[in-house]
Structure formats: structure tokens, C-alpha cells
Design a protein around this ligand. Sequence first.
Ligand code: ATP
Length: 254
Amino acid sequence: MATDLHGPVSTAPRTTAVQVEGLTRSFDGRPVIDRLDLTLRAGEFTALLGRSGCGKSTLLRVLAGLDRDIAGTVLVPKRRAVAFQAPRLMPWKRVWRNVLLGLPGKADRAVAERALEEVGLGHRAGAWPKTLSGGEAQRASLARALVREPDLLLLDEPFGALDALTRLKAQRLVAELWQRRGCAVLLVTHDVDEALLLADRALVMRDGVVAYDTPVALERPRTPGDPELAELRSRLLTELGVDEPAPRPAPAAA
Ligand SMILES: Nc1ncnc2c1ncn2[C@@H]1O[C@H](COP(=O)(O)OP(=O)(O)OP(=O)(O)O)[C@@H](O)[C@H]1O
């Protein structure tokens, strides 16, 4: 398969969305990612967890092709897109032009509008970014990712800055988009519940590698009370070094 990239990041075979071998990324001589291996299957939804500063965003940036100062092998699909916590919209371009930003070819408003419709924002295509709410701006950023028709969608804490209700809606939207588009998703999140709500697989990054890797093989939609989910949640929190409070003793019978 042809590659659109220079350097060690090149395209992955079709059944594999990401294949990383021996990836190392250092800052000031200190490896943040240290001989990391990782394979993501096509169409798989993976959540990437880990303590602050463990290298999650660094890995995402490498996979997005935004950071090439690496050692090791990185194979990714040619069509990939990234959305960050801050939507990063250009204030001097209307929303539909932001959606097409960086896309090769002539700017076609209808293409942008289709992607905006998909995220429920078709009516704001002609708006200026500063007039959007936080949730709307995040959806515009998702639309910008979708027009790239990605085989791999990289999401770096995309819901982190949203209020609780908007966050729930945005999570549901991402789940729908993923099911409709069938692309692989790698979601960086701090939120174990979010990971368990959305993902087929959860990874915990520690000491520069993927230290824990578990399938989340539960029916959708998932219910927070599910005992299997609670078990996985507890396991992931332990892997993250978070102690859960002991369950409260049952009140004594009168
Ligand atoms: N451009 C850079 N120059 C120097 N150090 C960097 C750079 N980018 C990241 N780092 C360092 O690499 C480490 C990992 O950063 P990264 O942003 O990948 O962590 P993270 O797991 O995404 O953290 P968080 O969950 O807090 O967002 C941190 O110690 C950070 O300070």
C-alpha cells in the first residue's frame, strides 16, 4: 500500500488500523514513550487511559503524524483525523470553512454541510466560531474530522471541557458516528466510566508502554449498574493507581 508520509510513520495494512513496534519518544533525553508496542484492529473502539503526564497525548500526536521525532515503527491508515479537547477553530473563518480546513481540492460547502448535519450542526454552517457554544464548537471539530472520512479517528479528551449534560450528548454522538462510520477510534480519556461506556477495549499506559490491555466485551448500550462493568471499573482504577473507597457497611437492622 502506498504511503503519504515521510519518515518512520507509514500506512498500515487494511485489517489493522494501527501497528506500532518499539516506539520511543524522548524529551530532553528522557523517554516518555519507551519501546511501546501496540496493535489496533480496523473498526475497533479503544480507550487509552493513564495518569497525567504518562504520554497519552504524545502517542496520539505520533499516530496523527504531528510528531515525527521518534524511533521505532508506526503504521497507520492514510485516512486519519484528530480532534482535541480544545476545538481549535479559526476565528476568522466561518464554521463550514473551518470544517474544510486543510482538505485538498476546492472548498465545497455542501461537503462541509453534510458533515455538520451528521453532528447536528447543519444550521450553524454559516456562523462564526465565536458564536458557538462549547458543545457546538466541539461538534464542529468532530465534523472537521469526519470530512476526512477517516479509517482512524484520534480523539484527545474531546469531552474534557464540556459540562456534564453536553458531555453525555457528545459521548452518545461519538458512539453513533463510530457505529455508522465503522472507523477505528482511539480515545484518550481520564474518565474510566467514559472508557467503559464507549470502548471495545481499554488500555492503561504506564512507564512509557501499554501496561494493561483489556477487552470491554459488554453489550451496548451499557448500564452503569452491570456487575461485569463494575468489576472492570475497579480493575482499571487499580491499574491507574486509584484506590476505590471501601463499600459502606450495610446499616444495622433496627
Ligand atoms: N514538546 C514537549 N517538550 C518537552 N516535554 C514534553 C513535550 N510534550 C510532552 N512533554 C512531556 O512528556 C510527558 C507526557 O506528556 P503527554 O502530554 O503526552 O502526557 P499525557 O498522558 O497526555 O498527560 P495529561 O493526561 O495530563 O494530558 C510529560 O512529562 C510532558 O511534560
